[in-house]
Design a binder for this molecule. Structure first.
Ligand SMILES: [Zn+2]
Length: 309
């Protein structure tokens, strides 16, 4: 018999112990919010050193913090995901994500935690994904979403106590090449289009649209959420070969706003702009449906972008 020791904090979802006590978890949560859902290379080095962790161990330890970002008014089921990605200098960064749900709207509009984390990495310039840790097993939709990534055959999927490659979770997969698309998310086609008429849309929003991943509809589309006091948040359209797991630009931007710890309310949000490619528009109604979940927001402003082919 061994005598009992002082109790360790228990993750209520997995039953696993984790290292960060509540004050440390709260401090890290606030730091990550202030860094818009990221931990930098230096942050990661410091935490690994302070707690004697490998990067992979730290990634898993961050899951309970990632789950705190979830906004799940329908399911109340909080899911966290953290991507270990490499930036343009091959430096490791952690990109957080969590599920986002919308009241009184079709469930198909929600953002899954894995999408949120991958979107966060993509928008913040990550060049490759090495690992993704998830607080719960990825659903079929997310397995399909991850199959669109350039690193789909190589990255590790870490669950609280298991590890997989995507082809173990999604054998005989359908992917971009089945639709004749040789590119992928994080390996996009070079931008060859030029803007004929941007109709007064700001340059950063046009750039976001041109960097959308839209091999199937060619609707280069993006959203800008302007806040009164906390700067701007951009979202880009990320399509999927199976179509349904595509991430709409508005949801992409809302996910980023939530990763900064900000609410979608009239006190915070000054303006919401959607830009789409003329002749390929498909985001107006779905964006308005999502925004109908919130009270008293400014009306969606929509712009068309005329591009050369
Ligand atoms: Zn999912």
């Amino acid at each position: 018999m061994t005598s009992s020791t002082s109790p360790s904090p228990i993750n209520s979802i997995t039953g696993h112990t984790h290292l960060f006590d509540k004050p440390k978890r709260d401090a890290l949560f606030n730091q990550i919010k202030s860094q818009r859902g990221r931990l930098t290379t230096q942050d990661i080095e410091n935490l690994c050193s302070e707690y004697s962790l490998t990067q992979e161990q730290l990634l898993r330890e961050c899951l309970p913090i990632a789950s705190l970002f979830a906004v799940a008014p329908v399911s109340h089921f909080l899911v966290g995901a953290v991507v270990l990605g490499l930036d343009e200098n091959q430096h490791v960064n952690f990109y957080f994500g969590a599920n986002v749900e919308f009241t009184h709207q079709p469930l198909s509009l929600v953002v899954h935690a894995e999408q949120s984390a991958i979107n966060n990495a993509w928008l913040n310039g990550a060049k490759s994904i090495v690992k993704i840790a998830i607080s719960d097993a990825p659903c079929g939709y997310c397995r399909q979403f991850m199959n669109e990534l350039a690193d789909a055959t190589t990255f590790d999927i870490l669950l609280p106590s298991q590890q997989y490659k995507l082809n173990e979770l999604l054998p005989a997969a359908f992917g971009p090449t089945d639709l004749g698309n040789e590119y992928s998310l994080f390996n996009p086609a070079p931008v060859t289009q030029t803007v004929v008429d941007q109709s007064g849309v700001c340059g950063a929003l046009v750039d976001a649209a041109l960097n959308a991943y839209v091999p199937y509809t060619k609707n280069f589309s993006a959203v800008k959420i302007t806040t009164f006091e906390h700067g701007n948040f951009y979202g880009r359209y990320a399509e999927n070969a199976a179509y349904s797991p595509s991430l709409a630009p508005l949801q992409s931007a809302i996910s980023q706003l939530y990763l900064a710890g900000l609410p979608m309310d009239a006190q915070t949000i000054q303006k919401i702009e959607l830009v789409q490619t003329k002749g390929a528009e498909n985001q107006q109604q779905v964006s308005e449906a999502v925004l109908a979940s919130y009270a008293n927001l400014p009306a969606l402003e929509t712009y068309s972008l005329r591009l050369t082919q």
